[in-house]
Design a protein around this ligand. Structure first.
Ligand SMILES: [Ca+2]
Length: 90
């Protein structure tokens, strides 16, 4: 094997590993993105405690509240930003 072939092998190997890590990160992000809201207890600017999806029993109930809060999603009920709050609820 020539030096050139070794260098090309290192470059290709590095690219394969980098893209694999990238895709692993992508899939883990999408798995965790819109499922766990129960841990957020941020203080809102209004001083109220924030609502989490665990405070609602259905998606429809959460959606009504989400709409009533206007834009910005201060409670973090729609973390994936598709306009549907707590779509993991029944
Ligand atoms: Ca959503």
């Amino acid at each position: 094997m020539t030096n050139i072939q070794k260098i090309i092998g290192v470059i290709v190997g590095g690219a394969v590993i980098a893209s694999g890590v990238y895709f692993l990160n992508q899939s883990s992000n999408s798995n965790t993105r819109d499922t766990d809201y129960s841990t957020t207890r941020t203080n809102l600017s209004t001083g109220e405690a924030d609502k989490d999806c665990s405070d609602f029993s259905t998606h429809a109930e959460a959606q009504v509240f989400f709409k009533s809060q206007g834009s910005g999603d201060p409670h973090g009920l729609d973390r994936d930003g598709d306009g549907l709050a707590c779509e993991t609820l029944p």
